[in-house]
Design a protein around this ligand. Structure first.
Ligand SMILES: Cc1ncc(COP(=O)(O)O)c(C=O)c1O
Length: 420
């Protein structure tokens, strides 16, 4: 799937039918480029593989929260998975139906809860007994009902990077499975609360489907019991986490493999199914395009200095993540070294100790698999303006976020005023 959106034509890299260097010339670099066709294909493949349970696929907005990306999935019939008031605001601006929004996160504030209650979201995935009490209080004040699904931590190893493992007992997420039944019993007595279902999300970038099986097997008894006790208990939300191929030798967790493991278990439970995929829908649909500024020889390797940096794509610095690097002008020549940005940190690299295409100043490179947790994790560190974003579909390209201006950098700042 990884190669589906890029090709070389006459030695030039194309995303769908658009030349990447033409995009870079037009909108400058660093530039995020997304394939809308691939996003659509990805969600349709997942929906097709899971059709037997007709899941509500709630695109996980945190992966890439650009309005045009959200809109792409809404047009495919998706709901949304959000984790903040800000994401709810984006979801509503993109035209999402609140009745198809689920709200996760360990630290929801009172303001965020009230905002979501007023909007009438489908349910909150709730991380603690005290959060359920807070939702009940807010709902009572507003005279509405808060629908909740406790997030249960099933203590399974998703076999992924420790920073994106979320379903082991040492992780901050979810309720201890042994405490879950009591938490539901307690929440059932709270005013203005409806027990809508149960939630798990065991981690991100899972390449093996077995941990999903293990997690579902651990929670199925509890789900059966809750379904019998509470007529309102209808939903099982199994989160996201499907992994993608960052490296050529990696095999993405394909929807069919995922479905083969989860479908029989979900069908046996007979609950309405919610999925929250992020990375698998957008990761390989995105590229970060950068211009080479300098090639600098080091003691024993080359440093290719580009105009994109860790503030644009933090995954290599944060998770030692691997991203394939493509030359925009095709070359078979290779050098060994690091692809680095201009930021004053040794962690500012997009590829370290790697074989890279032999590029020189003025050339463009495309960092692959940058559609998920790329722009959405970007920052203004070193007072760098955040990148522009472009959506491509077929031969069409549209700017979906303009590059920040210098004024954007200081927009909310004021000088400290000296008095007296
Ligand atoms: C609760 C929840 N759901 C869904 C996701 C999306 O995960 P992924 O992008 O791996 O599909 C995350 C990611 O952190 C999450 O925390």
């Amino acid at each position: 799937m990884m190669t589906a959106t890029t090709t070389y034509r006459n030695g030039q890299l194309f995303v769908e039918d658009v030349s990447v260097s033409a995009l870079a010339e037009r909108w400058g670099t660093p530039l995020y480029v997304y394939s809308r066709t691939m996003m659509g294909n990805q969600i349709r493949a997942l929906a097709g593989a899971m059709a037997a349970v007709k899941p509500l696929i709630c695109y996980s907005v945190k992966a890439n929260s650009n309005l045009a990306v959200i809109d792409t999935f809404l047009k495919e019939g998706a709901g949304l998975d959000i984790v903040s008031g800000g994401e709810l605001f984006r979801a509503r601006k993109a035209g999402a139906d609140p009745a198809r929004i689920v709200f996760a996160g360990v630290g929801k504030t009172q303001d965020e809860i009230e905002y979501a209650l007023k909007e009438g979201i489908l349910f909150f995935t709730v991380e603690s007994e005290s959060e359920a009490v807070r939702i009940s209080d807010c709902a009572r004040r507003l005279g509405v009902v808060g629908r909740i699904a406790f997030r249960v931590n099933p203590d399974v190893d998703p076999q992924t990077h420790k920073y994106i493992s979320t379903g082991k007992k040492e992780n901050k997420f979810g309720l201890d499975l042994n405490r879950a039944a009591a938490a539901y019993a307690q929440a059932a007595r709270l005013p203005n609360i409806e027990l809508a279902g149960l939630h798990i999300h065991i981690g991100s970038q899972l390449l093996n489907p077995q941990p999903y099986a293990e997690a579902l097997d651990k929670i199925s008894g509890l789900c059966r019991d809750l379904k019998v006790r509470h007529a309102s208990f209808q939903y099982l939300d199994i989160g996201g986490g499907l992994g993608i191929d960052y490296k050529p030798e990696q095999q993405a967790l394909e929807p069919a493999q995922f479905a083969a493991v989860v479908l029989p278990r979900l069908q046996a439970l007979g609950l309405k199914v919610v999925l929250e995929p992020g990375r698998s829908l957008v990761g390989n649909a995105g590229f970060l395009v950068a211009r080479v500024e300098y090639v600098k020889p080091g003691y024993d390797k080359q440093f290719v200095v580009i105009d994109a940096a860790m503030n644009d794509l933090i995954r290599p610095a944060l998770y030692q993540a691997h991203h394939e690097i493509l030359a925009v002008r095709e070359t078979a020549d290779r050098i060994t070294g690091d692809l680095v940005g201009p930021i004053c940190e040794s962690g500012d690299f997009l590829a370290a100790d790697r074989e890279l295409p032999a590029v020189g100043p003025g050339d463009y490179v495309a960092v692959r698999s940058a559609g998920a947790y790329g722009f959405s994790m970007s920052s203004n560190y070193n007072s760098r303006r955040r990148a522009a974003e472009v959506m491509v579909e077929g031969g069409r390209a549209e700017l979906i976020r303009a590059r920040e201006t210098w004024d954007d950098l200081i927009r909310n700042e004021t000088m400290f005023e000296r008095r007296g």
